[in-house]
Design a protein around this ligand. Structure first.
Ligand SMILES: C[S@@+](CC[C@H](N)C(=O)[O-])C[C@H]1O[C@@H](n2cnc3c(N)ncnc32)[C@H](O)[C@@H]1O
Length: 194
């Protein structure tokens, strides 16, 4: 019979986290209509540890400027880039050895697949806005659901980012920040670094 600490050690080996880089791919963006949700997807990606968001759709300079402004003040690295061809871009990302993880309510449940995904080194999380074409499901390495209920790409993205980084992204230190918050039990404390 295993002693308690031996079981703990086995568990630690099985769930070792190898992820080194996470990028996000937003499938579909229309100026005005998607401004708010795509901006929030970008802000969540940045704050929760992704290094880049690639937005496929109309090039929205205003959205990029507002996210770049946050990165300039609160630190990075974080990039927002646009593409108009999802297939070409996803194939390119795949060639760069990223595993493609498509978030969809129809996919395998996150609880059942997260440990397997943690064995990958580079991952690209794909979130939809409009209806996602069948080919995306087929091109991706994993189709993953965060509950098997319809909800929001912002919420699904936040949850998978947290799960795949074991909560460590909450304490991430950002480079070249001009502004930083010192967490307080009560009140607000902000320091200006530059
Ligand atoms: C708000 S949904 C809209 C889907 C669109 N109306 C359609 O018919 O396909 C947008 C995106 O949120 C994400 N999403 C929504 N519910 C999800 C769930 N339960 N698990 C994972 N992702 C989910 C998916 O990436 C989806 O493409």
């Amino acid at each position: 019979m295993f002693k308690k600490y031996e079981i703990y050690q086995i568990h630690t080996v099985i769930t070792m986290n190898k992820i080194k880089d996470i990028i996000v791919f937003r499938y579909g963006h229309r100026i005005v209509r998607d401004y708010r949700v795509s901006s929030h997807c970008s802000l969540v990606s940045r704050a929760l540890g992704a290094s880049k968001i690639i937005v496929c759709g109309e090039e929205d300079k205003s959205m990029k400027e507002s996210v770049d402004d946050i990165t300039e003040r609160w630190g990075g690295p974080f990039e927002v880039i646009f593409t108009d061809n999802w297939k070409k871009e996803l194939k390119k990302i795949k060639k760069e050895n990223y595993k493609l993880i498509h978030l969809t309510m129809y996919g395998e449940q996150i609880n059942d697949i997260e440990n397997e995904i943690k064995n990958e080194e580079k991952i690209c999380i794909i979130i939809g806005s409009q209806k996602v074409e069948r080919e995306v499901y087929e091109l991706c390495d994993y189709n993953v659901s965060v509950t098997s209920q319809p909800h929001s790409e912002i919420a699904a993205l936040a949850i998978i980012l947290d799960r795949l980084q074991d909560g460590k992204e909450i304490k991430k230190e950002f480079s070249n920040a001009k502004t930083k918050i010192l967490p307080q039990k009560n009140g607000k404390k902000v320091i200006h670094l530059k």
